[in-house]
Design a protein around this ligand. Structure first.
Ligand code: TRP
Ligand code: ZN
Length: 489
């Protein structure tokens, strides 16, 4: 029951079986033609005033971009569910961090019809993952600017290494869902696609009457015009791009507040109401518990999105409103909710600095499950640690994953979750419970609405405990083998 990962692995195995044949082609690279428009893209080149085409994340070199910082995305999306067609205008408010003669956004697939920068037509060119924009005049360092991108087409779904599942903006029987990590955002809007540039969002989603829409944050309005309805949702808390979600369907929406007044908004597919009822009833209790461990809930609302679509192979911590797959309920539901809500602190409020830091998300969310188990009167976190440590044999490939730098292929390996949580219990055993929770609290405070790296975390733990912890973290995060007997306390 405690290990939702085992279940997760099982579900993946089943889905792999169910759609195995087309998946064999999964690794062939998706080649996009470059779409030259106006400038051929070379003119702006890589000179000192060109924004870099990536932020420098070694796992995803083209992800994110350099030279500017986005403040807000206003996404006006008109979606036709049958044909899976999106027609959209993205208005991006940003600030130049250097002089910019040209800069990039990330966008995969879709057709771009036109771009303006500060109201003036800009030229652009495209390659695989990059939308390169050359404004009519170059942007001065420190100046705010607006980019408006008109685009349309079928949203791009990304493949997941070695798995048959796809992620992204995915059509479902009764609408669409949006989930993926790390690859999702660039498949449905032009974006500076890296957690190091968080922004606020307004989603204006126009769908045929009869479809409902849920997204991150709070609903602002719903306006009918003819056969279409525009649903506006606003995410006021700046978030990483992969956490943005817009979900179209036949949702049963429920609005309530916790005792402390936090709005909790759930969108549940009608087929999932019975299975998820008992779990969702406990959301306020879970939030209260997590607050007691990690500090105040960080955002302006909470909630859940529960789809009946089997296309969703995982749950995801979409900010304020995690999305859950049908197989999470009723069985392990409560552990999924604990896990995804814990990510609101670890992953969402504090984001990875580079994708290799992923254990800071998954190890911590898994540790929250262990804390919940103890809170419910079952095994203590130390007992869970001990039983996992002794259960997994020395020869298991589990221990070969270097969770402090797992590589793209193993980014979400079980080891990142379980060994990540073990690392935290090993740290707690070393520095004591009081110091340990001080570290977690300070981590959240110091890096709120920002990124944090593994090195930052180690430095903080050393500062608070006054201990040299290099060996402990080397053993748990970087040695590709099972830590020596006795390492579990
Ligand atoms: N971060 C998710 C979790 O809570 C797992 C995950 C990884 C995921 N990649 C994904 C979910 C892609 C949806 C899509 O453990
Ligand atoms: Zn997780």
């Amino acid at each position: 029951m405690r290990s939702i990962r085992t279940l997760f692995a099982l579900v993946l195995a089943i889905s792999a079986f169910a759609c195995s044949s087309p998946a064999r082609h999964a690794s062939s690279p998706t080649a996009y033609r470059a779409y030259p428009h106006g400038l051929l893209g070379s003119e702006c080149g890589s000179g000192a005033t060109a924004g870099a085409p990536g932020v420098g994340d070694p796992y995803y070199p083209t992800y994110g971009n350099g030279g500017y910082d986005v403040g807000n995305y206003d996404l006006d999306l008109r979606y036709a569910p049958g044909p899976n067609h999106l027609r959209a205008t993205a208005t991006i408010q940003a600030e130049a961090m250097q002089q910019l003669s040209c800069f990039n956004l990330d966008l995969v697939g879709l057709d771009v019809h036109g771009i303006t920068v500060d109201g003036r037509p800009a030229s652009f060119s495209r390659s695989n993952h990059e939308l390169k924009i050359t404004p009519a005049t170059s942007l001065g360092s420190g100046s705010p600017f607006d980019v408006v991108v008109n685009y349309e087409g079928t949203p791009h779904a990304f493949r997941v290494p070695d798995l048959p599942t796809r992620v992204g903006f995915l059509p479902t029987r009764d609408g669409a869902i949006v989930a993926g990590e790390p690859e999702v955002a660039a498949g449905w809007f032009p974006v500076n696609d890296h957690p190091s540039d968080r922004a606020t969002y307004t989603f204006r989603v126009t769908v045929p009457n009869g479809y409902d829409v849920v997204a991150n944050g709070l609903r602002e309005s719903k306006t009918v015009h003819g056969n279409w309805t525009t649903h506006v949702w606003v995410a006021n808390d700046p978030m990483a791009s992969y956490l943005a979600t817009v979900d179209i369907g036949d949702w049963r929406m429920r609005f309530r507040r916790t005792d402390s007044g936090l709005p909790v908004i759930d969108a549940v597919d009608p087929d999932m109401i019975a299975e998820s009822r008992a779990t969702l009833r406990r959301e306020p209790e879970i939030i209260a518990f997590l607050q007691s461990q990690f500090g105040p809930y960080p955002f302006d609302s909470a909630g859940a999105i529960i789809t009946d679509s089997r296309k969703l192979g995982f749950a995801l911590e979409t900010q304020t409103r995690p999305i859950y797959p049908p197989h999470a309920f009723p069985g392990a539901g409560i552990y999924y909710v604990v896990h995804e809500l814990a990510h609101q602190w670890f992953g969402d409020l504090v984001s990875v600095n580079q994708w290799k830091d992923i254990w800071l998300n998954e190890g911590f969310a898994t540790y929250a499950e262990w804390l919940w188990t103890e809170h419910r009167g079952s095994d203590t976190t130390q007992e869970t640690f001990h039983s996992d440590f002794s259960r997994i044999p020395r020869e298991s490939p589990f221990w070969h994953v270097v969770i402090g730098d797992p590589g793209v292929k193993d980014l979400f390996d079980d080891a990142v979750y379980e060994r990540g949580a073990m690392t935290l219990q090993a740290l707690r055993n070393e520095i004591g419970t009081t110091n340990f929770f001080d570290v977690l609290h300070r981590w959240v405070q110091d890096h709120a609405f920002d990124t944090g790296s593994t090195d930052d975390f180690i430095a903080l733990a050393e500062q608070i405990s006054g201990e040299q912890l290099d060996d402990l973290f080397q053993t748990w995060l970087f040695d590709p083998r099972k830590p020596p007997p006795g390492s579990d306390g």
